[in-house]
Design a protein around this ligand. Structure first.
Ligand code: NSS
Length: 434
């Protein structure tokens, strides 16, 4: 056991009056009237530490004058409750050990920097209070989601990243030289998940997906984290209800466990709770009429883009499902609606406030003949999908699934302007560094 304690536990008051050791990074420092004031952060919290001349060794007091922002330190001192200190507690330092004296020219000075500069210095910018808050909220979001899956009988399953056939159409595949063969980076776990449900039943994953998106938008990454689920014996309605139950759990957990982070990001927890399910279901053809009424130029049969989704979300104050997309704009595996085979049993979940699509999914084709027909209609090579087709030969059952874009969802929850801030090291059309 380490003799060091977390700053968060000091801020909780449990060490008041006691001597503790903390370690972390110097967020900033000032000196006045024979006292140095250090703000020290350790990833769990930020605390004021004061060092008074005469209370520490004189040379240490003098040396501390030269401490630089981001220096890493070990401090020993006594905890006092002090209303003047940010957070209400301070550590009065008795001893200091400088582990690494940071170079004086910390690139991220406390002044305005443009977005490209901050992206170039992302390795340092992730230390900023805003990035810390978002990354912590992202972690709590995934923790809550995993908890829901575990509580509801889903098994975590892992599918390969290197694959040979497109799931979501070939246009956004990244190709990789795989020895003498061409392979691709996966766009979704889905085809493999459909195989695994006959082994494990209900399953989920959280894994990176890759899309060679040529579009430079506020909601596209080329590498993003995909939370996906697949369930046998489940139809379109069932997969929408699964998502409602998942969001309901996540919202209440975040309101309970991440209230501070949500407040800091300008999203009061009550606002999340107010957006809890049920989520309205709106058919694609109704969407076309809504857009028409709003005077948005949109033709039946086109996919919803950023512009249309933004307009549409103005009509709703909670997430809502858009269902029954036409066959032509959905991947080959979507099950055509038996009552109107021109549309599919599909559902995308759109977030309000201009954010738009955060999940996509629906019911899959489970009939062999129907799948072969769709593969042919889409001009795909059945050879590329042989093993996937096989699943319809041996114990095929009705089944459904969905994929949730983690960054899109976090960006919406955190009210971010751009998806890049929902991930530590974003991969964008023009950026794979740092
Ligand atoms: O293409 S999707 O709509 N659907 C699938 O990939 C299905 N195979 C998932 C499934 O049923 N298992 O992508 C799902 C979600 C989508 O709603 C977005 O939230 C997110 O994945 N997504 C992205 N996020 C960030 N950047 C990009 N480029 C991106 N593309 C999709």
């Amino acid at each position: 056991m380490s003799e060091f304690v977390d700053i968060s536990s000091v801020l909780s008051g449990q060490y008041t009056g006691k001597t503790v050791q903390v370690r972390g990074w110097l967020d900033n420092m000032r000196s006045s009237g024979g006292i140095h004031f250090f703000m020290v952060r350790d990833g769990t919290g930020l605390i004021q530490c004061t060092m008074k001349k005469g209370k520490v060794d004189d040379t240490k007091f003098e040396e501390a004058k030269n401490l630089t922002q981001e220096s890493s330190l070990e401090l020993t001192g006594t905890v006092y409750e002090d209303k003047r200190a940010p957070g209400g507690y301070e550590i009065r330092v008795e001893n200091i050990n400088v582990v690494n004296l940071a170079e004086a020219d910390y690139p991220i000075a406390k002044k305005f920097h443009g977005p490209e500069f901050l992206l170039d210095h992302r390795h340092l910018w992730i230390r900023s209070p805003k990035m810390q808050t978002i990354l912590r909220l992202r972690s709590k979001f995934l923790e809550a989601a995993r908890e829901w899956f575990q509580n509801n009988g889903f098994t975590e399953f892992h599918s390969p990243t290197l694959i040979t056939a497109a799931c979501e159409g070939g246009s956004t595949l990244f190709s990789v030289k795989y020895f003498e063969q061409e392979a691709y980076l996966t766009q979704s776990w889905q085809l493999y998940a459909e195989a695994a449900i006959a082994s494990l039943g209900k399953i989920y994953t959280v894994a990176p997906s890759f899309r060679a998106e040529k579009s430079r938008t506020r909601r596209h990454l080329t590498e993003y984290w995909h939370l996906e689920a697949e369930a046998p014996w489940c139809d379109l309605d069932c997969i929408m209800m699964i998502q409602e139950s998942l969001f309901s759990h996540v919202f209440s957990r975040l309101a309970e466990k991440a209230a501070k982070e949500l407040e800091m990001l300008g999203r009061p927890p009550q606002e999340l709770l107010r957006m809890s399910p049920p989520f309205q279901r709106v058919r694609y053809d109704e969407v076309v009429s809504i857009l028409e009424k709003k005077g948005v130029k949109f033709e039946y049969g086109n996919d919803l883009g950023w512009v249309e989704e933004k307009q549409l979300t103005e009509e709703f104050d909670k997430p809502f499902f858009v269902t029954h997309f036409p066959k032509g704009i959905k991947a080959f595996y979507h099950k055509p609606d038996p009552s109107n085979p021109n549309v599919t049993l599909s559902a995308d979940l759109l977030a309000p406030e201009g954010y738009g699509e955060i999940t996509g999914g629906g019911q899959r084709i489970h009939d062999l003949g129907e799948l072969l027909k769709r593969i042919e209609e889409e001009n795909l090579n059945p050879k590329d999908y042989e093993w996937y087709i096989d699943l319809r030969r041996y114990g095929s059952v009705p089944h459904s699934g969905f994929g949730l874009g983690v960054e899109r969802t976090v960006a919406w929850i955190c009210k971010l302007e751009h998806i890049r801030d929902a991930i530590a090291f974003p991969r964008l059309i023009n950026r794979v560094y740092p």
